[in-house]
Design a protein around this ligand. Structure first.
Ligand code: BDP
Length: 334
């Protein structure tokens, strides 16, 4: 025989189950909570654009998807976050194509120094058929590139002197992003490259572990690197696209309608980011100048460019399948 206590418990359980079922019927389907990775602080052009993306997706899917952006790389450094997005542990992210190279070899083409002549050329080419080829290569590694952000041009900076010719790089310890091509790039200029996470650069500059690094104006400013490395030399050796990428598993779970919404929101975010970028690059430039940074032009960039030829040769020898991608980008700028 059942005791009263047990009967009551069973009764309770039945009621709870019934209420639970009712609730399930009455409530709308549960929202998908998306976690988004971002390396930059709030207010940075990419951060603002990612927030707009999240808002537009939440609004247009009527809450079926609720993306949340985590700024300042709190979810891990970039190479880590790329892996997390590939596996679906993270849902979306803004990735630079630099640290993407070791995972998606085709994207290394974008990291060949001086491959793009200007950010405008980069946008035009990435928005067209060539950009789709990169998106396909990313998709093969479980990353869906929805749109392309800009990141200006990267230039060298250091704590000691202006760089006007490759000789000025001789012996400099320079931090680079995690990609062997950048190690070769600094080697060719006679410096010593140290691949290192972005978050470690400030302290390493301060303590003299490295003498310099390379980045665009907004990152040079927002990271505070300009406080410690006050010579910024306009080598403009890399013009790297960045993607707004989604995990393939997250993408394929979406209905066709929601995929359309998400893609459009990503394209809008890219337009916003590109516009904000121009404004921020100006502001950051002025800000670092006011703080005493010495910016110098590099009159003859072709000397730097010529030094990069062995990198192109070795790359094509190692990846003959990517030769046409390299020449298609070059030809699209003639
Ligand atoms: C910034 C990029 C960011 C990189 C960083 C770096 O936007 O994705 O991680 O440079 O140098 O310009 O690591």
């Amino acid at each position: 025989m059942l005791t009263n206590k047990t009967t009551n418990f069973r009764h309770c359980l039945k009621l709870t189950t019934a209420t639970g079922l009712l609730a399930m019927v009455a409530l709308p389907a549960q929202a998908e909570q998306w976690r988004g990775w971002n390396i930059h602080p709030p207010g940075y052009p990419n951060s603002v654009a990612l927030e707009s993306f999240a808002e537009e997706v939440a609004e247009k899917t009527e809450g079926r998807v609720e993306p949340k952006v985590y700024h300042n790389a709190v979810l891990g450094d970039q190479p880590d976050a790329i892996e997390q997005t590939r596996s679906g542990a993270l849902d979306f992210a803004n990735f630079n194509m630099g640290p993407m190279g070791p995972i998606v070899p085709a994207t290394n083409v974008l990291s060949l120094p001086f491959i793009f002549s200007s950010p405008e050329d980069m946008y035009r080419i990435m928005d067209g058929e060539i950009g789709e080829r990169f998106a396909d290569a990313l998709a093969d590694k479980n990353l869906i590139a929805l749109s392309w952000f800009g990141s200006g041009a990267r230039s060298l900076y250091n704590t000691d002197h202006p760089v006007t010719s490759p000789e000025d790089v001789d012996g400099l310890k320079v931090r680079v992003m995690n990609n062997d091509l950048y190690v070769q790039m600094i080697d060719e200029l006679g410096g010593n490259a140290t691949p290192m996470a972005y978050s470690e650069v400030y302290q390493s500059l301060k303590t003299g572990v490295i003498d310099g690094a390379e980045n665009n104006y907004p990152s040079y400013e927002s990271s505070g690197h300009y406080e410690v490395a006050q010579y910024y030399s306009l080598t403009e050796h890399l013009i790297l696209p960045e993607c707004l990428c989604i995990a393939k598993s997250t993408w394929t779970e979406l209905s066709e309608e929601d995929q359309g919404i998400v893609r459009e929101a990503a394209e809008n975010a890219a337009q916003e980011q590109r516009k904000l970028w121009e404004e921020q690059a100006q502001k950051s430039r002025e800000m670092v100048l006011e703080s005493g940074v010495k910016i110098n032009e590099v009159d003859d960039k072709s000397v730097f460019q010529e030094k990069m030829q062995p990198i192109y040769d070795a790359f094509i020898q190692e990846h003959p399948d990517l030769e046409s991608l390299v020449s298609d980008i070059q030809n699209a700028q003639k």
